[in-house]
Structures are given as C-alpha cells and as structure tokens.
Design a protein around this ligand. Structure first.
Ligand code: HEC
Ligand code: HEC
Length: 388
C-alpha cells in the first residue's frame, strides 16, 4: 500500500481553500466542490523527461511507499487552477495500485466494470477500487453513494495498443477528493503525475485531461465517483473466474454496503431502451443529474434512478424530461432543434444535434471526446425513429 511520498508532505490536510464536501460550489484544487475556471493551458510536463529532470525517476519504483525525498519533482507544478496534485503521489508506483512489476495488482485492489461506459474515443479502459480495511460504503441513498475516507479508484486508458495513462481519485479524511492522471513512460515501468494534462499523449490521439477538466465532470455529484454505483455494478462478473472482481452482488455478500439493496437492478424495456438510457446515464448523467450544475441551468436530467427501474420506461424521470419536451435554450447560438427528443425527427431533436456535431461550443458532451461515438450515433437514431 502507499505511504508518504515525495509529493505528499501532508496527505490528510485539505488544500488551501477547500470547501468541504458540499455538493455546490467550492474552491481549491480538490474535487470538494466546483472549480469555475478552465485554464486554456494543456501544456503537459514533458513526460518522462521532466520527471527524470526532477529527480524522481527510479527513486520510488520499488513498489509503493518509497519516498524520493529531497528534490521536488514534476508534480509539484500547479495545475491551471491550483496545486491539484501536490498531496497525491508523483508516481503511480506510490499509489498502491500495482506491485513492483507495475502489472500485477497490489493486495486489496479490486477490478470492477460499469454496465454502461463513458465513451473515450475508443480507448480501452480498466478500473480498480480499494477501500480501507473494515470500512463500508454508505448506501443510505442508493442513487448517490458516499465513500469512506481513504477510498481509492483508478482508471487506466490504453489507446491504439499503448498504455497511455492511469487516473487516480482518492478521498481524504476532510471529505474532499484529490484527483490526477499519471502518464506512462515509454518503458511502461512507471507513470508520472501530469496535473496539466497532455495533448495527443504518447504518440496517440488521446488527450490526458488537466485537473480542471477532472473537476468539470467529477464535481457534479454529492460524492465524486461517477461509475461505481448500484446501477453500474448490477451485472454478472465480467470475468467469472476472478475472485477479486467486485460487482453489486459481491459488495452485498461481503457486507461492504451500509444499506444493502435487494438484487438485482435491471433497466426495463427493450434492449434498445436499455442501451439508450444506459448510454445517457454514463455519458451525460454525470453533468445532467438533479444534483449537478448543468441540471440547474436547463433542468435536463439524464441520470437514471434506481426507483425508476421498477416501472415502465415511459415512467422514467429521464424519459419524461426528454420525450417530446421543448428544450430550454433555443436561440441563434444553439442548434435549431425545438425538442430535446422529437419522436421520429433527428433534425428536431436537440439531444441528437448536439451529440453529432462536434465543433461547436454547444456540442455535447462538451469535453472528454473529439470523435462522435459511431455506435451511439446509431443508437440515438434507432431510438428516436423507433416506431411507437
Ligand atoms: C468528460 C468527463 C470526465 C472527465 C474530463 C474526467 N472524467 Fe473521470 N470519469 C467520468 C465518468 C462519466 C466516469 C464513470 C464511467 C466510466 O468509468 O466509464 C469516470 C470515472 C473515473 C474514475 C473511476 C471512478 C469513478 O468515478 O467512476 C476515475 C478514477 C476517474 N474518472 C478519474 C479522473 C481524473 C483523475 C480525471 C482528470 C485527469 C478525470 N477522471 C476526468 C467522467 C470524466
Ligand atoms: C461536462 C458536463 C456535461 C456533459 C457530460 C453533458 N452536458 Fe449537456 N449541457 C451541459 C451544460 C453546462 C449545458 C447548459 C449550457 C448549454 O446549453 O450549452 C448543457 C445543455 C444541454 C442541452 C440543452 C438542454 C435544454 O433544454 O436547453 C442538451 C440537449 C444537452 N446538454 C444534451 C447532452 C447530451 C445528450 C449529453 C450526453 C451525450 C450531454 N449533454 C452531456 C453540460 C454537459
């Protein structure tokens, strides 16, 4: 497991200006609340070269917990809106994800997979979680889980066969989350924190987001994890032979939820309904949910709730808010489509127009993707034009 590191003089203290765990606005570099500004800089830190120059290369590759000490390394640099990563380790090897070979999982780390994935321009992704020993996830509100301090979640991106980056979110005792991405070095034996992000990283078209972009998506929920939830984990193991993989069922069985739900949750309706609402849930709902700021701006809610799943699709709060419903913002600045979903008409469906047009300020989602998801484009078309 990880211990103090070169970048973490005080891993438990909140960052200057941290706003605590409230769902609303906040300041500072953590995901305690929302950080408003989005700095334009995607300068990156020069990858392995900078890290080596900073003196951290090799110093802590021994498999977690080693401290480079002394010379400050690259991740002391502030992200666009603050010292986002100064309290997270500089090196992925210090985070407790992998053993010394940087491939085998460390003890206490569990793979999981969401039923519905966020599209990241075709990158392959893997995800892991670790909870502090003896702790439980507070599932009193089954739609918005609250994680114990010390929870760590990782997500790793492989693009065009290259393991490019691994992201970490860690909940602090203050309730705030810290988040950063680590870019893999060419030798694949270490990855360095890159709080400013990296455009077209490691010779691929994949962009590593900067800290402000992490916040834009991850600050819109009461607690900040987006894909580790009842609906997302209600499925059979992806790898039935894995003793480690966590699903909703294993979490309930192992007593890791304070309020274990009755199992399982399935999205009702046809396969098309399930795919469509699942896609909206994971690709739009993290901003467009009743607790997010995008929702307070337009009232558009694309986040499935557990209670909705008990009834027919037409009763979903999401369905009722989009089907044949007028959009809120229709003006010269926006696509000339009067409905959120206009049954039978792609041209009149603002959700479709914003989704398939990539080059505008109003394109949706507004970040995290440069390429329209081809399967989802067809999914939108099939659902909107389905005979009813
Ligand atoms: C475009 C919005 C967006 C951006 C930008 C973004 N994330 Fe996420 N992230 C998500 C969504 C949605 C999920 C859950 C779905 C999934 O895993 O496919 C997620 C999942 C994760 C997870 C797994 C735990 C969880 O929340 O489900 C981690 C860790 C993570 N992100 C870290 C980061 C970090 C660090 C950054 C910035 C370097 C970042 N993310 C930027 C939307 C985003
Ligand atoms: C990173 C946060 C974020 C994500 C992810 C996101 N949106 Fe948005 N969306 C916004 C914000 C902020 C607004 C309000 C500003 C505007 O209209 O551009 C908005 C507005 C909209 C509107 C206008 C609603 C109205 O009634 O005026 C539509 C339609 C929309 N989004 C569709 C989508 C769809 C479909 C997805 C997923 C494919 C999505 N959005 C993902 C942030 C987001």
């Amino acid at each position: 497991m990880s211990a103090a590191t070169a970048c973490s003089p005080d891993a438990s203290a909140p960052p200057a200006g941290a706003a605590g765990t409230g769902g609303g606005a906040g300041t500072g570099g953590s995901i305690a609340g929302g950080s408003a500004a989005v700095g334009g800089s995607v300068a990156g830190l020069g990858g392995g070269g900078t890290a080596a120059g900073g003196g951290s290369a090799g110093a802590a590759t021994g498999g977690g917990g080693a401290s480079a000490g002394g010379a400050p390394s690259a991740c002391h640099e502030a992200g666009p809106s603050g010292p986002l990563t100064t309290r997270l380790p500089c090196l992925l090897s210090e985070t407790g994800l992998y053993g010394a070979d940087m491939t085998t999982l460390a003890g206490g780390v569990h793979p999981y997979s969401p039923s519905f994935e966020l599209w990241s321009d075709g990158a392959d992704k893997k995800r892991w979680v670790s909870l502090p020993a003896g702790s439980k996830i507070d599932t009193t509100d089954i739609d918005y889980w609250s994680f114990p301090a010390g929870t760590k979640l990782w997500k790793e991106f492989t693009r065009d066969g290259v393991r490019v980056e691994t992201r970490l979110m860690q909940k602090q005792s203050s309730g705030a989350w810290y988040a950063v991405a680590y870019q893999w070095r060419a030798d694949q034996r270490e990855a360095d924190a890159v709080p400013n992000g990296v455009k077209d990283a490691s010779g691929t078209p994949h962009d590593v987001p900067n800290g402000d972009d992490c916040l834009t998506c991850h600050s819109q929920m009461p607690d900040k994890a987006l894909g580790f939830s009842a609906i997302q984990l209600s499925h059979a193991k992806q790898d039935p032979s894995s003793a480690l993989e966590w699903t909703l069922e294993t979490l309930v069985k192992d007593g890791l939820l304070t309020t274990p739900p009755a199992l399982p949750f399935t999205v009702p309706g046809t396969a098309l309904d399930r795919d469509f609402f699942g896609y909206l849930h994971s690709n739009c709902g993290h901003c467009h949910n009743p607790k997010g700021t995008a929702n307070t701006q337009t009232g558009l809610d694309l986040w499935l709730k557990v209670a909705d799943l008990a009834g027919p699709v037409t009763g979903f709060s999401v369905y009722q808010g989009i089907f044949d419903r007028d959009i809120v913002w229709l003006d010269a600045e926006h696509p000339n489509a009067p409905k959120r979903i206009a049954p039978g008409s792609l041209a009149d469906s603002a959700m479709y127009q914003r989704f398939v047009e990539k080059a505008h300020t109003w394109s949706m989602p507004p970040l995290g993707t440069e390429v329209v998801d081809p399967a989802a484009k067809k999914l939108f078309e099939d659902w909107i034009t389905a005979p009813r």
